[in-house]
Design a protein around this ligand. Structure first.
Ligand code: HSE
Length: 307
């Protein structure tokens, strides 16, 4: 096998109470990439479609993660990468993570999988850091492992796979404005009052327990963010209205997807997810901001070969 085509999924990071540690994988939104082995040594990005991104490997997220992995190999060949980008950069659904993950996953498949998923995440962290100026793995881990993941620590990297109820759906609205992760991190305070920290870690522990036990009521009460959302929600037009409309339509919870501007809601069942879609649409339809809405089951597979 000298060439593969792969699907690298979009992801929702933070999941309200798990800033920088929690994330889940979406099933029908993502990038496609072709990775092929070539005789020439090095990493070469031969094609980028969808968005205007650099082709120089060292300036491209997929290229930087590929270079990190390439440096760990001792081979007399190289890799060429084609990127067909569907996830808008700065959308809050893990655009950079999908790029960073796709290249290293593809290369690993072509050389007989010498690296495990945690090691691939390590390489992908370098690409993610190029985009967000910080090594966070809460989009990378669900893109690679699928399902819900918890990043127990970044150094050393430790990722936990968290099971989720079969009937859990996400509805995501993506307003077509760009929020750079680096900028939405810069507005966060360095210190968190102890009372808020207590609320947050109680909710995160509860969310993990609720996912393990398929306890929808507990998911509902755990999906609260008292640390980050109060600051970042100001950057997202109609955030409060979308959140309230989603809750009114039966969402278990709603919050900022990653660093925004996308907003996610979780619900039990597809019918409920569709009602939330209508509610979100009702809020944004009268605005002058373009948007799209996705409904997704939790994708338990993650990045995968499609050809
Ligand atoms: N945890 C990161 C943040 C995710 O919220 O800044 C960025 O997508």
């Amino acid at each position: 096998m000298n060439e593969i085509k792969l699907f690298s999924p979009a992801t929702v990071a933070n999941v309200s109470c798990g800033f920088d540690v929690m994330g889940f994988c979406l099933d029908n939104v993502g990038d496609e990439m072709v990775v092929r082995k070539i005789d020439k040594k090095g990493i070469f990005i031969s094609r980028v479609e969808g968005f205007n991104l650099p082709k120089e490997a060292e300036l491209n997220v997929a290229g930087v993660s590929a270079l990190a992995m390439y440096d760990a190999l001792d081979v007399d060949f190289g890799f060429e990468i084609e990127i067909y980008k569907n996830i808008k950069p700065g959308s809050g659904i893990g655009s950079s993570a999908a790029s960073a993950v796709g290249s290293v996953f593809g290369m690993n498949e072509l050389i007989g999988r010498p690296f495990n998923k945690t090691q691939l995440t390590e390489f992908a962290l370098k690409g993610e850091a190029l985009a967000s100026k910080c090594e966070h793995a809460d989009n990378l881990a669900p893109a690679l492992f699928g399902g819900f993941t918890l990043v127990k620590s970044v150094a050393p990297l430790q990722i936990l796979e968290i099971p989720s109820p079969d009937d859990l759906y996400a509805t995501i609205i993506h307003p077509q404005i760009e929020i750079k992760t680096s900028e939405s991190r810069a507005i966060l305070p360095n210190k968190v009052p102890l009372s808020k920290a207590i609320t947050q870690w109680a909710n995160l522990g509860s969310l993990v327990h609720a996912l393990h036990t398929s306890n929808y009521d507990l998911i509902k009460s755990a999906l609260t963010d008292v640390v980050v959302e109060p600051y970042r929600s100001k950057l997202i037009p109609l955030f409060t209205e979308v959140k309230q409309a989603s809750l009114n339509a039966g969402a278990l919870g709603a919050g900022i997807s990653g660093s925004g501007p996308s907003i996610f809601a979780l619900s039990k069942g597809l019918e409920q997810a569709n009602k939330i879609k209508e509610a979100m649409l009702g809020v944004y339809a009268n605005s002058d901001i373009d948007f799209d809405i996705h409904i997704s089951k939790i994708n338990t597979e993650g990045v995968k070969i499609i050809a």
